[in-house]
Design a protein. Structure first.
Length: 641
């Protein structure tokens, strides 16, 4: 029965016929007296007593867990209920770089294969060393942008590795049309007569143009075919084996390539860089687009427009909540006494972006560099030297252990110690992308440790909602106020429009000459009084335009030749300055634009008074609002494009 997997497991069989073994007390610590009997023989009174502690804790946990898991689901649903697939393609070129997901304690959370499955490629995948687009030899599939990654593709792409030379010297014939697709530099100074191109200048189109114009027939170049690929599975040390030059999963840039060259490393094993579309980087104004979401996991076809993927994500994450533990485990070793928060409490900590975490706070590297020294005097300090030679000092908090060694190369965001990192600090120091990936790794880890497999895109949808607002710092020439929380898509759109408007100023200034003002223009003069600079119906002359520019009038309303009123921008406008914010899921739900949905979630009084003061309008965009007013929900067949 155990072999077939139908019921029972080895552990239970052991307890029935072997011995029950060591028991745990309510805090998870092992009780040192083992239970030698088994269930068939029966337990002695002492043995029975010992086993009751853990059992009682287990029953209590189960009872509490159902309600906490239920509440988590409710919050998750509320924060993403409005997310549906709104369009087939948002057209973004952004994506997430596929990598092995490793948590701060080096636990492999997910392999690349599982990370990329069911997604759409955001960029072409290049074969390392050649610059050609990668082709699957078995199926003939070309891995260019917009390719959907199915099971076979995920296997092929994640296992594709290649040994590539670090540097190649070559004499390049400039009359040849085929210019190398890989990163290349001039190997020696080239005298063009009018100027000298120094060696080590990048061989870009500008340089090639200059060379061809000066009728240079051929040049000596150095090709670096590894630039732009990723170190596969080895750590590369320098000549003296004192420091690491490149580590697994590192993107190779020109600096790294040159360092490898200096250390006489001929070739390394690399894999191609893979960028996939993700809900995290989708630029759709409402909801997400089908390409950034990828496959609908219920039928393995590209998701259809109108699918309510938000609810699916929230339920996929919430449902296994009952299977997670509520315990904080003791690591049990002698070296540390620190507890590790796992299960539901940890998930909650991350989704609610708690300022105070149960585990001690660890520190992370802010730069890519090599650990050059670790001072052992209290407080311990870790010194990291970046690629420019600057030394960065990190003070180790007293409750955590250092988990890097001297000579080790660290990447930005990598933990230098044990303990959990502060999400807000990552956002401040490293930006949105690293924050999102940290949250994804850590949340996913909790589920993986309990044997629950959930696709990343569900987590990404929630994280997208947590990170999609920004705080206005300087409103520039917009109607926002400092401190306003505005969706990032809207801020980007507003800023893009301002930039476009600014580009048209010269043209607009010419266009308005000879036209008639549709509205009078008021300005503040030097004494601070409001005066009328021009009357309605006045013709715009060169002199008037000069005056308008002098008094910094940015927009004017004029009557066009076809009697239409039109606004012309004649002075450059300032864009909005903002800071990205991380909202915990509860806050994100309450900050949601639709106040009906927010009011039906929590803090009804505050939400309603706030909405009343602002005179807020609910445009019934989400699902909840429409259920409340009794309309069809804007999803599935009720969704109108
Ligand atoms: Zn998109």
């Amino acid at each position: 029965m155990v072999d077939s997997g139908a019921r029972g497991n080895k552990d239970q069989l052991k307890q029935l016929s072997g011995m029950r073994g060591l028991m745990a007390d309510p805090s998870g610590r092992t009780i040192e007296i083992p239970i030698l009997s088994n269930f068939r023989e029966g337990l002695s009174v002492l043995e029975f007593f010992i086993s009751t502690h853990g059992a009682r804790k287990g029953s209590a946990d189960t009872a509490l867990r159902t309600s906490s898991a239920g509440y988590l689901t409710r919050r998750l649903v509320d924060v993403v209920q409005s997310v549906v697939i709104t369009q087939p393609d948002c057209g973004t070129h952004e994506g997430v770089r596929a990598a092995i997901l490793k948590s701060s304690d080096n636990f492999v959370v997910e392999k690349i294969e599982d990370f990329i499955f069911g997604r759409v490629l955001a960029k072409d995948v290049y074969e390392p060393g050649t610059g050609n687009i990668l082709v699957n030899p078995e199926t003939g599939k070309v891995y260019q942008r917009d390719t959907v990654i199915l099971d076979d593709d995920a296997k092929f792409l994640s296992n594709y590795k290649k040994r590539v030379p670090v540097v190649e010297e070559k004499v390049l014939d400039l009359s040849d049309i085929n210019i190398p697709e890989v990163y290349a530099e001039l190997a020696e100074d080239v005298d063009l007569g009018t100027e000298v191109l120094p060696s080590e200048s990048e061989l870009n189109w500008e340089v090639i143009k200059k060379l061809r114009e000066s009728r240079v027939k051929s040049v000596k170049v150095k090709l670096y075919p590894i630039v732009g690929s990723v170190v596969a599975e080895e750590v590369i040390w320098d000549k003296e084996r004192k420091k690491q030059l490149a580590v697994e999963e590192e993107q190779i840039d020109v600096t790294v390539a040159k360092m490898l060259e200096e250390n006489n490393i001929d070739s390394i094993v690399v894999r191609p860089e893979i960028y996939v579309r993700s809900p995290l980087t989708c630029e759709a104004e409402h909801g997400v687009c089908a390409k950034c979401y990828g496959l609908d996991l219920s039928n393995h076809k590209v998701v259809s427009v109108g699918e309510s993927v938000g609810i699916v994500a929230a339920q996929s994450i919430g449902e296994p909540g009952t299977q997670l533990t509520m315990r904080t485990f003791h690591t049990g070793g002698i070296a540390t006494t620190a507890d590790i928060t796992q299960g539901l409490p940890r998930v909650e900590e991350l989704f609610e972006a708690r300022k105070k975490t149960k585990d001690p706070e660890g520190i992370f590297s802010k730069v890519k560099g090599v650990v050059v020294d670790i001072s052992q005097d209290e407080p311990k300090k870790i010194y990291v030297q970046d690629e420019l030679g600057t030394i960065h000092e990190y003070v180790v908090p007293s409750r955590v252990r250092v988990n890097v060694t001297i000579g080790q190369k660290v990447l930005p965001g990598q933990s230098l110690t044990t303990g959990s990192l502060k999400v807000r600090k990552i956002l401040e120091e490293l930006g949105v992308e690293d924050t999102a990936m940290y949250l994804l790794r850590e949340i996913k880890k909790v589920y993986v440790q309990q044997g629950v497999d959930i696709h990343d895109k569900h987590f990404e949808l929630i994280i997208r909602q947590m990170l999609n607002k920004a705080e206005v710092i300087e409103p520039g020439d917009t109607d926002f106020l400092p401190g306003d929380l505005v969706p990032i898509t809207i801020l980007n759109k507003v800023n893009r429009e301002i930039m476009e408007g600014n580009a048209n100023i010269e043209l607009n200034r010419k266009r308005v000459i000879g036209k008639v003002l549709a509205k009078h223009i008021l300005i503040k003069n030097e004494e601070g009084q409001v005066v009328e600079l021009a009357k309605e119906g006045e013709e715009i002359t060169e002199e008037l335009l000069e005056q308008l520019i002098k008094y910094n009038v940015k927009d004017i309303l004029v009557i066009n030749h076809d009697k239409e009123r039109e606004v012309y921008q004649i002075m450059p406008k300032e864009t909005v300055k903002y800071r990205r914010k991380l909202l915990r899921i509860t806050q994100a739900s309450l900050e949601y634009e639709g106040w009906l949905s927010a009011a039906s979630f929590q803090q009804t009084q505050q939400v309603l008074t706030d909405a009343a003061i602002k005179g807020a309008v609910d445009y019934l965009k989400g699902l909840k609002e429409n259920v409340i007013v009794g309309q069809l929900i804007p999803a599935g067949t009720g969704f109108e494009i």
